[in-house]
Design a protein around this ligand. Structure first.
Ligand SMILES: [Zn+2]
Length: 107
């Protein structure tokens, strides 16, 4: 079984409000500007940030498993808005990171 890898990118001109998930080829390269929609995915919704950040190793607030980052945490009281901005901060800190694709590009 071939494991696909993805890289995280961001470009403030191309996609000011989102992140670009890029399919990494066998040589470890990727092209965030590819027109091939099978190789890049734009995540430009705030609600997509926690899930995307989780893919790259982020976990919401206290880690009690009460929230995936898109609802308030019943355990520690963290608010959804704070969780989403925390996820966005995490993503900004991990641009260029490569991880195994959990299913963004699975066909
Ligand atoms: Zn919590």
């Amino acid at each position: 079984m071939i494991t696909q890898r993805i890289a995280l990118e961001r470009d403030s001109k191309y996609a000011p409000c989102g992140y670009i998930v890029c399919l990494v080829d066998d040589d470890g390269h990727w092209d965030m500007y590819s027109d091939d929609t099978s190789k890049t995915i734009l995540v430009d919704s705030d609600w997509g940030f926690p899930g995307l950040a989780s893919t790259f190793g982020w976990s919401p607030c206290c880690g009690a498993g009460q929230t995936d980052g898109t609802v308030d945490c019943l355990s520690c009281g963290a608010k959804t808005g704070d969780l989403i901005s925390s996820a966005a901060d995490f993503l900004d800190d991990h641009l260029g990171t490569i991880v195994e694709d959990p299913g963004y590009f699975s066909s």
